[in-house]
Design a protein around this ligand. Structure first.
Ligand SMILES: [Ca+2]
Ligand SMILES: [Ca+2]
Ligand SMILES: [Ca+2]
Ligand SMILES: [Ca+2]
Length: 486
């Protein structure tokens, strides 16, 4: 009896070993918030990224035409699959892709005008190909975040039908007409945004179906997290339910520079895209404004439920690209890359998850939507200066836990200079940023956990400094970012 039991246990153990040897355990779909805080995200507008299948370009009678800026252009899931190595090569560990739901409009290339919640748009591919994309990304160590819209469908009512079943019932919508006063939160939540048919979450059937849908979508696709659209246009109570139903990481778009207004949503969704910081980055790095604006911005960090999981970005698809608005070198306004590199150096090293909009690495500079949604298509140049710069930032971030979710403390600030220290376990990082168009040398005092005599190396270059009296001397060229580590 005893012998046979031991045989069974040993046998089971050996069977387990055999199984482990032949199978890799499936990757967890619900990547936790803490793990998301350590990622860096590449944001892709699928229609504008890479066309891997010409046969789907005119799906549903809505043709692609690259000479029309607000029409479909042909990018698709296969195109993203084809470029996963380009993305991985830049050091990103996650992608966020625009909504995949079926559209029904020649201008719905962006995916934010849902017709059928339960269909995948044929321009992009099929559900099966989306699963392949997710699996291929996972096999390369890249997580996938899906963009979802639960505020509205496309603009069908009145006069042009209604979204597909089960969202084909008029009393599932508000029918209040357009928002007229954007300072009136009731209108913002319950009226239409630019004619887009506004879903009535207060109808229990609607709330219930939206939760069924998100569970279905996550179950089908195996994605690791959600970017949630038009968050300020839906009552907060719904987002708490939605996040709960989704049972995954969610960060929301709350388009506002008012930090109190934005931060409150982190009590309902897991996190937000940090629009207040976006406006600060645009001012400070894009227009050479004072670094004290950064100091002031960080003073509001206490307002966020978790400041480590907000998305940090220098631009996105709904605003001018950074290089459109940047003021450029005084007297040579076309020379803007030094400002962009300083902004990216800041965005990739501060608390939060860096989210970089596709094409930034190729110097895209479009202004108004849709001109800020340029085609990548043939621009996958891995030798470009900006691609290489971003690759360096990601590689330093990956090598240093302190730069992922370590604590952050300001160490020195002037109008043209900002330094901070990040710490996690035994990892210590000091970041120095020169926002001036001239060289300057600045002493950064008050460093902690770095005994005198410690030699730190700038990982964006190779120069070293030695800690003395808890201070290092940062010798900076114009618009330079240095990342010092042990
Ligand atoms: Ca295509
Ligand atoms: Ca609404
Ligand atoms: Ca409408
Ligand atoms: Ca969640």
């Amino acid at each position: 009896m005893k012998t046979s039991m031991r045989y069974t246990i040993v046998g089971s153990f050996m069977l387990l070993i055999a199984l482990l040897g032949s199978f890799t355990p499936p990757q967890a779909h619900a990547l936790g918030d803490a793990a998301w805080a350590r990622q860096s995200i590449y944001f892709i507008m699928t229609d504008r990224f890479s066309n891997g299948d010409m046969s789907n370009d005119n799906f549903g009678g809505f043709p692609s035409n690259r000479s029309v800026a607000n029409q479909w252009h042909g990018g698709d899931f296969q195109g993203i699959i084809n470029q996963l190595d380009y993305i991985k090569g830049m050091g990103f560990t996650a992608i966020w892709i625009t909504p995949v739901q079926m559209q029904r409009n020649v201008n719905a290339y962006h995916g934010y005008w849902t017709y059928d919640f339960y269909g995948v748009d044929g321009h992009l591919g099929s559900m099966s190909l989306l699963k392949t994309l997710v699996n291929q990304a996972h096999s390369k160590g890249i997580y996938v975040m899906l963009d979802v819209v639960a505020n509205h469908t496309g603009d069908f009512q009145p006069g042009n039908g209604i979204a597909a079943a089960p969202f084909d019932q008029p009393d599932w919508y508000h029918q209040n007409g357009d928002v007229r006063d954007y300072n009136d939160q009731f209108q913002v939540e319950n009226y239409d945004v630019a004619g887009l048919d506004d879903l009535k979450q207060s109808n229990p059937a609607v709330a219930s179906e939206l939760k069924n849908w998100i569970q279905w979508l996550i179950g089908e696709t195996g994605v690791d997290g959600l970017r949630v659209d038009t968050v300020k246009h839906v009552p907060k109570w719904f987002w708490a339910d939605f996040d709960n139903a989704a049972n995954t990481f969610t960060f929301g778009e709350v388009f506002s520079g008012d930090v109190g207004y934005v931060a409150d949503y982190t009590n309902y969704l897991d996190a937000v895209l940090d629009f207040p910081m976006y406006f600060t980055i645009k001012d400070v790095f894009g227009s050479d404004r004072s670094m004290w604006n950064i100091h002031n911005r960080f003073k509001d960090d206490w307002r966020y439920n978790n400041k480590y999981t907000n998305g940090i970005f220098v631009d996105n698809h709904d605003v001018h690209r950074f290089l459109c608005d940047a003021s450029g070198r005084p007297g040579a306004g076309w020379d803007k890359w030094p400002q962009l590199k300083a902004a990216l150096g800041f965005a990739f090293t501060i608390r939060g998850i860096p989210v970089m909009y596709y094409g930034t690495e190729q110097g895209f500079d479009g202004c108004r939507d849709p001109l800020n949604r340029e085609d990548m298509f043939s621009d996958f140049d891995t030798s470009s200066e900006l691609y290489q710069y971003v690759k360096k930032l990601n590689s330093v971030k990956r090598a240093h836990p302190a730069l992922q979710d370590g604590t952050q403390q300001e160490r020195y600030v002037t109008d043209t200079f900002y330094a901070f220290q990040r710490s996690k376990s035994s990892d210590e990082v000091v970041v120095c940023i020169n926002n001036s168009w001239g060289n300057q040398t600045v002493n950064v005092p008050g460093l902690s956990n770095l005994p005198d005599g410690t030699v730190l190396t700038n990982r964006m270059g190779s120069d070293t400094v030695t800690v003395s009296n808890g201070t290092i001397s940062c010798s900076m060229s114009e618009k330079e970012v240095k990342i010092f580590t042990k």
